[in-house]
Design a protein. Structure first.
Length: 139
């Protein structure tokens, strides 16, 4: 019998309002969360997180859900106080590829892609924080 292989899950991040709000950036005039930070929240390695998304690419078509940052956008974010990764190619470098940015709709769509109770709970929490921040910024 073939058991369906579950994705490898890493250590789980503590998720609270402050954690989520610090991981929301403005890119292209839209609030987004980045793949490696979402992966941390949901307890995935970034490569496994992105694999889950790529396996469900039809759900993320178009920039309304997600897009890969350009070199310029990544450089701009690297100057942000919360964005601590550096560009490099050697061992010990944190950033080898430009991260993917997930919009509010993309974060919501993650709920249908990521497996497990933890992912669903943290996805709902992330979505509520994005929604709350959007509501506050329009007041």
């Amino acid at each position: 019998m073939d058991e369906q292989k579950k994705p490898e899950i890493t250590e789980i991040a503590i998720v609270d309002e402050h954690t989520i709000r610090d991981k929301i950036y403005i890119v292209r005039g839209v609030e987004v969360m980045l793949d490696f930070e979402l992966a941390e929240i949901y307890g995935y390695e970034t490569k496994n997180f992105n694999r889950q998304v790529k396996n469900n690419a039809a759900k993320f078509e178009g920039d309304d859900f997600m897009y890969q940052l350009t070199n310029e956008e990544t450089a701009e974010l690297s100057r942000c106080k919360n964005f601590t990764l550096k560009r490099g190619t050697g061992r010990g470098s944190n950033l080898k590829y430009n991260p993917y940015a997930f919009t509010e709709q993309g974060v919501y769509m993650l709920m249908t892609v990521l497996l497990g109770e933890l992912a669903t709970h943290n996805n709902q929490y992330s979505y509520k924080q994005l929604l709350a921040k959007t509501t506050l910024s329009t007041i």
